[in-house]
Design a protein around this ligand. Structure first.
Ligand code: PLP
Length: 433
């Protein structure tokens, strides 16, 4: 299959789209045409890698990776992804947090790493993934590329502005991962990465690539868990489930919408944002008004200019059409806190602040909506990653999952730098010389 930019017609191969990340014209790569399925195409197919094979094989047609698809899927889906019916049977939780860094981004990062490692296996010099992060992304990318031959990662994060546990996840990796604490803000980190990507000398020396959420290689595998969860529910009940999805840059939700467009048995889709209201405001006013982000408790969703909206508008249309096809609601910090308490009170377990936006939206959607379908709440991170927020609210410690315990037990390494290109360049030279 060929992939085109959301902004112009020139088509590229999947392999090019994966390595480039973003199109030359600044647009995002999308599939030229989506394959169509019906639930019967998946009859008797029960494991996530097998479902993924059927779902994704046409995207890989003509790619150098075509024959490697099963190996890639086996690597990317090496941890459980499950849907759990919550006590009372009214709703379910799609648990996407059993991966190496206990967040859903492990799925996309692992898949992209498996693809790029293979594409780069004959390269004469390493590919360097540069990532600015305020938390979850950098950890998932570092974990996915850790100790992979031919791959380096430079994680750039704001010193003192990520939690201790997050910092540990950014700094506990092998020799091919350089973790840089920047004396500055997240915006400084992003500006630094942008400057490095645009610097010809550095770019030639290190062969930069990016692994942020606009890479098509992170979106494709995410459609798989929506396929799996919806097919299971459909087989059991004959009904299409709805999904409520915590939404920031719209990558996770876009994958669900794409799966529905491909014919998977998915009912209504509801997007829960935090107090960053760009999407709800767009549906209301019909004007797209991206803005600076504001800090919230659901920090991995602090996005004021969700880049995947460009893909969504290309796929379905503008707000006047979109708002009939997906629901949206903004959930503020006080509501997130209330929901973490309410969920603990009702179901007896903790959820993370991101998951709480989805859960709050479900709890407050009104009984008519609530009873119209079986809703699956998408749980994007393990609450133990955000223990400083969650534990005071529920008055209990959150047990540490083994993946996080393992990460916390590792030695940590990082270099502190000023937010300048010179400092970045010399830190890379020291680390990789
Ligand atoms: C990144 C992230 C989100 C938001 O996902 P998008 O694809 O950016 O919409 C939600 N929850 C958690 C825990 C995340 O890390």
């Amino acid at each position: 299959m060929r992939f085109v930019s959301t902004r112009s017609d020139g088509a590229v191969t999947l392999d090019e789209a994966l390595v480039k990340g973003i199109a030359d014209d600044g647009g995002l790569f999308v599939a030229e045409a989506l394959p169509r399925f019906s639930p019967s195409d998946f009859a008797g197919v029960d494991s996530i890698p097998d479902i993924a094979h059927i779902l994704l094989q046409s995207f890989f047609a003509g790619s150098a990776l075509e024959a490697e698809l099963d190996a890639i899927l086996a690597e990317a889906f090496c941890f459980p992804i499950q849907t759990t019916l919550l006590p009372g049977g009214k709703t379910s939780l799609l648990e996407l947090y059993h991966g190496p860094t206990a967040a859903f981004k492990d799925v996309g990062a692992g898949f992209l790493a498996a693809c790029l490692t293979r594409l780069e296996s004959d390269a004469s010099s390493p590919l360097t993934i540069l990532v600015a992060t305020s938390g979850d992304t950098g950890g998932a990318v570092a974990a996915a590329f850790n100790e992979r031959p031919g791959m380096r990662v430079v994680v750039v994060f704001p010193d003192g502005r990520v939690s201790d546990r997050q910092a540990q996840q950014l700094t506990c990796w092998g020799d091919n991962v350089l973790s840089l604490r920047v004396s500055g803000s997240f915006d400084d980190c992003q500006a630094l990465v942008k400057a490095a990507l645009g610097d010809e000398t550095l770019a030639r020396l290190y062969r930069f690539s990016s692994a942020n959420s606009i890479n098509i290689g992170r979106l494709l595998p995410q459609a798989t868990y929506y396929a799996d969860a919806s097919l299971r529910h459909y087989r059991d009940t004959g009904q299409r489930p709805g999904f409520v999805i915590p939404t920031g840059n719209l990558g996770n939700a876009f994958a669900c919408i794409m799966a529905r467009e491909m014919g998977l048995p998915i009912g209504p889709i509801a997007l829960a944002t935090n107090a960053n209201k760009t999407i709800p405001d767009y549906f209301e006013s019909l004007e797209w008004q991206p803005r600076a982000s504001i800090q919230t408790l659901a920090s991995a969703m602090d996005v004021g200019d969700p880049s995947n909206m460009e893909r969504l508008r290309g796929l379905l249309g503008d707000a006047d059409v979109l708002r009939d096809k997906v629901g949206v609601r903004s959930v503020d910090d006080a509501q997130i806190e209330q929901e973490i308490r309410d969920t603990y009170g009702e179901f007896g377990f903790a959820i993370c602040p991101h998951t709480a936006t989805a859960s709050y939206m479900w709890r407050h959607m009104g009984s008519e909506h609530q009873n119209s379908v079986h809703w699956i709440l998408v749980a994007t991170a393990h609450p133990a990653k955000f223990e400083t927020i969650v534990e005071p609210l529920i008055g209990e410690p959150v047990p540490l999952p083994s993946v996080l315990a393992e990460i916390l037990s590792r030695p940590s390494r990082s270099v502190t730098i000023d937010p300048t290109l010179d400092a970045l360049a010399s830190a890379m030279e020291n680390a990789f010389a």
